[in-house]
Every structure is written in structure tokens, then in C-alpha cells.
Design a protein around this ligand. Structure first.
Ligand code: ZN
Length: 403
């Protein structure tokens, strides 16, 4: 047994450390060897050997910073290789598909945005667009080592274990095995992972956005639909099947308007874009441009638009009060077009929080705007796609070389 332990463990430890080292560099963008030595609690020669392994795998590069005139030898900086492997991050939204090539460190190398309408929202059409975007991006990044995985953000409930979309009401998808469907069409059998947009947004805002450093975070993503993602004690709250966080479908009035989900009086029917447009008296049009026009009118002081934003902001405050009472977060990040509601009428949002949330939890929460602007779900999709590479860098690079 002792002999076996000696034979097996060093390699296991090396692989674990290699994964941890790559995670640190991915998280921080770049780090000095001295930072890595301190952060990982390993000696300098071990860090040196691990960095050499990552350099040999083509994942990171090292340089000596110039202009730093400190005593002793300057510490080498370890950074992701700009031409290293990337992931394809995809955001499928109601009105558009965004496909981006994202490198280690979270750098968006390039992206393609396609506006979509009814027929383009069919699952096969969406998959076809993503395959075409992947080829377009590969052409734009000729020197790169290529894609190592695909992460897709969907505005709906997604089964965690296999990326099966149970229901995406605003895309009109029910029971779509989207991860499998897309994987079949992707070249080189690229691994495809699918997640809920708000769950992915929560991860991205927690790792790289407005909620860095907070362990209890709720991300509320509201445009046409309203979804939520929850980070509890530093970890994502998935629920049994992966369906947790559907904050938009919290019932606030059983006699309220019908909701796409099949119920009535969900908070989404009071704070989603259709509610804003209804309150502003716009009944014959929809879409991002129409919503932006209402916000512009409100900013300019138009009475009806101001009142519409106030109505939505008040309901948003009630929604957030429920969220505060349920989850006691330190930060709530409000994204999508609801971010604009907070910008225009934060006072009404905070007033409802004051009125309705339990005092102790209310006192400890901040309402924040996204640090990643419109890209929260997209960057979260990239993080999902990086999972395999970060877990076992050498295996992934070997399999990449074999294809
Ligand atoms: Zn609903």
C-alpha cells in the first residue's frame, strides 16, 4: 500500500496544483511568480515547475516586467497566452444571439451579434447560427490554438446535468435537448454546456463584476423575462435539478395578468419590459428600441414615461424586499433593462426595500448595477465552458492536439 501511495500521489498532487495554478491566473488575468507562491503556499521551485508545464502546454506565457526598479530580481509575470485556446461563449436572448471567443483571463477576443426574430428562434436555427458564428470567429483568430468548449446561456429553466432546456417561455422552447443538439453540429466534437442566463450572470458578476468579494449575492436579470441567480456562501445555489432562482415567477398577485410560464400575477408581469411598455401606454410595439425610447423619455422628464418607470421601480423594490427576506444577500446586482430602471428611479426601489424588507437584512444589502454591463450572462457562459480546461489542463490540451 505504501509503495502504491508513493507511485500515485505525486502525479495526482501535480495535476491538482496545475489546475489550481491555472485557475488563479484565469481569475486574476496575470500574476507574478511571487504572488502565485504566496497564494498557493508552495515553494518557489514547485511553482516554477508548474508554470513551465503550463508554458509547455501553450496556455500561459511569462515575461519580466520592465521599469520596476525593486531590490533583487524582479518576479516573472505569468499571463494567459493571447493566442492560446479559447472558449465559445454564447448568449441566446429573446432579441439577439451573441457569440464570442473568450480567452483565459476572461478576455473577449472577438464577438458576433445577430438580431433574431420569431423563425430565427427555433432551436435548429439558433444552433445553425452558433455553428456559423464559430466558423466566423475561427477565421478571425487564425493564429489561435482553437476552441476548447462551448458555453451557452439560455433564458429559461435548464437541467443542470445535461443541458436539457425544460422551458424557455420567451423563446417558446419546451423540452429541447439543446446541449446535445448543438454538440452534434459543432465541429471536432466540442463539449457543449448550457446554463440559465441569470445563473451564469450571477457567477460572472461574482467572479469578475460588481460583486467581487461578496459571498452572498443575488443577480436579477430583467428584460422581457425576469430571472435570478443566487450565490450563497460563495457557492452557486442550483437546487435539486438546477432550476433554483426563478425569482421572476414569484406570485405577487394570484389575480394578476397572465404570465408566459402559465401562471398569473408573477412579478415578471409587473417588472418585465411588457409591463413597462403597458404602463407607458405603448401597446402596439415592443423590442429593445421601443424600451430604450421609453427610458429616454423618462430621462427627459416626460410625465407618462416617468410614471411608468416609477411604477416598475416600485414593484422592483417589492421584488427585492422578498429577495432580501429570503436570502439575506450582501449585494443584489440588477441587470438587463431593469438596470436602467434602477438608474432612473433608485429612490423608489430603495423606499420599497425600506418599507418591506426585515430591518437587519435590509441594513446589510446594497443594490448594485452590473460591473460587466450587458455581458454578465455571456461571461458566465464562458466560465461554464472553461470548466473542463481548468479542471484538467493537460488532458484537454492533449485532446485538442489530437483533433
Ligand atoms: Zn410566471
Amino acid at each position: 500500500l505504501a509503495a502504491q501511495r508513493v507511485a500515485v500521489r505525486p502525479e495526482e498532487i501535480r495535476r491538482h496544483n496545475l489546475s489550481q495554478l491555472l485557475r488563479s491566473i484565469h481569475q486574476h488575468g496575470e500574476l507574478t511568480r511571487a504572488d502565485l507562491t504566496a497564494a498557493m503556499g508552495l515553494n518557489r521551485s514547485t511553482i516554477g515547475a508548474l508554470v513551465s508545464d503550463l508554458v509547455a502546454l501553450g496556455l500561459v506565457t511569462e515575461y519580466v516586467p520592465s521599469g520596476r526598479d525593486r531590490a533583487g530580481r524582479p518576479s516573472h509575470v505569468v499571463a494567459p497566452r493571447p493566442d492560446g485556446p479559447y472558449v465559445l461563449a454564447v448568449e441566446v436572448a429573446v432579441e439577439r444571439i451573441v457569440t464570442a471567443a473568450v480567452g483565459l483571463g476572461g478576455t473577449v477576443h472577438d464577438r458576433r451579434v445577430t438580431a433574431i426574430d420569431n423563425a430565427d428562434r427555433l432551436p435548429q436555427a439558433v444552433a445553425g447560427q452558433i455553428v456559423s458564428d464559430a466558423a466566423w470567429l475561427a477565421d478571425r483568430l487564425p493564429g489561435s490554438q482553437g476552441a476548447v468548449g462551448v458555453g451557452v446561456s439560455i433564458p429559461g429553466t435548464v437541467r443542470r446535468r445535461d443541458g436539457f432546456v425544460e422551458h424557455a417561455p420567451n423563446l417558446n422552447w419546451r423540452a429541447v435537448p439543446f446541449a446535445a443538439l448543438l454538440a452534434k453540429r459543432m465541429p471536432r466534437h466540442l463539449d457543449v454546456q448550457v446554463g440559465n442566463d441569470a445563473d451564469l450572470g450571477a457567477v460572472a458578476e461574482h467572479q469578475r463584476g460588481a460583486a467581487i468579494g461578496y459571498d452572498n449575492v443575488v443577480y436579477l436579470n430583467g428584460s422581457v423575462g425576469v430571472g435570478g441567480g443566487i450565490i450563497a456562501e460563495g457557492a452557486q445555489l442550483h437546487g435539486a435539478g438546477g432550476y433554483a432562482g426563478e425569482i421572476g415567477h414569484m406570485t405577487v398577485n394570484p389575480d394578476g395578468p397572465p404570465c408566459h410560464c402559465g401562471s398569473t400575477g408573477c412579478i415578471e408581469t409587473y417588472i418585465g419590459e411588457h409591463a413597462l411598455l403597458r404602463a407607458a401606454g405603448v401597446t402596439d410595439q415592443h423590442g429593445p428600441k421601443v424600451v430604450a425610447a421609453v427610458f429616454a423619455e423618462a430621462a427627459a422628464g416626460d410625465r407618462r414615461a416617468v410614471d411608468a418607470v416609477h411604477t416598475v421601480a416600485t414593484w422592483l423594490g417589492r421584488c427585492l424586499a422578498n429577495v432580501v427576506n429570503c436570502f439575506n444577500p450582501q449585494a443584489i446586482v440588477v441587470g438587463g433593462s431593469l438596470a436602467e430602471v434602477v438608474r432612473l428611479d433608485r429612490v423608489s426601489v430603495e423606499a420599497e426595500l425600506d418599507r418591506r424588507a426585515m430591518a437587519a437584512a435590509r441594513a446589510g444589502v446594497q443594490v448594485l448595477l452590473p460591473g460587466l454591463d450587458e455581458d454578465s450572462a455571456l461571461i458566465g457562459a464562458a466560465e461554464l465552458a472553461f470548466g473542463n480546461l481548468l479542471a484538467s489542463p493537460d488532458e484537454m490540451v492533449t485532446s485538442l492536439a489530437a483533433t
